[in-house]
Every structure is written in C-alpha cells, then in structure tokens.
Design a protein around this ligand. Structure first.
Ligand code: FE2
Length: 224
C-alpha cells in the first residue's frame, strides 16, 4: 500500500526534525505494511524557488534511501494560489513522473466560482490532475455537490486518516460513492502526528479498502 501524503523528509518543513525521526517514521510505515511512501514537503510559490526546493528534496531523499527499502517517491504538497498559474512549469512538484499534484487549498475555503475557475486554469495550463489534500479542512466537504464539482473538473480528493478514524462510517460511504479517492496519513513526526495509514485501513470494510487500493494503482500508472 502507498501513503500519498507525508512529511517524512527531515529538516525541510514542519515535518521530521532530523534524519533519525525520518527513519523511525519509515520503520513505522513498514510495520503498518506500507511499502511505498510519497514524500510531500510543503511548497509555497511565494516562499521558495522551485529549483532550490527540488535540489534540497532530492538530497534528503538520496540520504534516506541508504536507510530503508521502502520505495520513496518525490512530490510536494503545493499551496494553491494564483502565483502557481504564472510559473514556467509545476511538473517537478507532481508525484514522481506523473501529472498528479497534491494541492493544499486555503484553510476553511469554499468552492466558489472563482476557485473553480482557478483550478480549471491550473489543470488547463499544465495538464495536471490536482489531488485536493485533506479536503476536510475546507468547507467543500459540507457544500452540497462540492466533492462532485471537484471531480467534474478533473480533481481527486484526499482525506487524512485522523479525520477518517473519527468519521469512519461517513468516510467509508463517501469512498464507496467515489467522492473520496485517497486516505493518507499526512504524518509529521512520531508523537502527535505519526504514520497511521495501515492502522486506519483496518477500520474499513473490504469493499472500501479495495477501492482505495485500485485508486492508488491508477495513480502509480498515471505517467506523464
Ligand atoms: Fe500535509
């Protein structure tokens, strides 16, 4: 199984403080039968140049590979803003060699006409498929037809395991309805926000767990 949203790369963002914590987090992922980890450090176009972000990410990733046999894939959790629409490319921010990009929307935002248009512009300009990170932190989850509208324009939707554990019935239903595509740990450390995807998957019934697995398989084969 693959965890598509993690802050395991050390000394990068508000995730792992050092390489020892990164290694502990990877060992915990292994214990929970996670064999592929997508590394998604925060990227904000206002705060860092893309080149230096990618260079540091690759450096840290190479170092971590010496200590684990878990498959590690470079990606990002990219903060959504209009600035993204004015870059030369955003493809290095996508998951591995795919055109899938984990996008963090502003906390508490609604899916209004402006946001829909901005997302459509992002998709149109770079031919990417945004995966909306922890959609439960926005109001979209509670907007009638909100998740469907995201899918209609070509987005996918991710929910954090912590939220899923607290709302397992409704999340299971939304997975079966195709309105939630991924659960991910969004792990940051080993204490307050540890890896928890494997443990969460055990709380789902077989049908919902199979759907998530299929969605992950589609993600990995979606190469650019
Ligand atoms: Fe995150």
């Amino acid at each position: 199984m693959t965890d598509i949203h993690t802050h395991i790369l050390y000394s990068f963002d508000d995730g792992a403080d050092n390489i020892d914590i990164s290694i502990d987090m990877l060992e915990e992922q292994r214990r929970q039968s996670i064999d592929t980890v997508i590394l998604t450090p925060h990227y904000d176009p206002h705060e860092a140049a893309l080149d230096s972000f990618c260079e540091i990410r690759q450096n840290r990733l190479n170092n971590l590979l010496k200590y684990t046999d878990i498959k590690l894939i470079a990606a990002s959790e990219t903060y959504f803003s209009n600035a993204l629409l004015h870059m030369t490319t955003i493809l290095p921010l996508c998951i591995g060699n795919s055109r899938d990009i984990l996008i963090e929307l502003p906390f508490g935002c609604r899916l209004d006409k402006v946001l829909l248009m901005q997302l459509e512009n992002l998709i149109g300009k770079y031919c990417v498929r945004p995966i909306i990170a922890h959609v439960e932190r926005t109001r979209i989850l509670h907007q009638i037809g909100g998740l469907d509208k995201l899918h209609d324009i070509g987005c996918l939707v991710q929910v954090n395991c912590e939220f899923a554990q607290r709302n397992i019935k409704s999340v299971t239903k939304l997975i079966k309805l195709g309105r939630i595509d991924y659960l991910a740990s969004d792990c940051h450390n080993m204490d307050s926000r540890p890896p928890c995807l494997g443990d969460t998957l055990h709380m789902l019934d077989t049908e919902a767990a199979e759907i998530l697995k299929e969605n992950i398989d589609n993600l990995i084969i979606n190469k650019r």
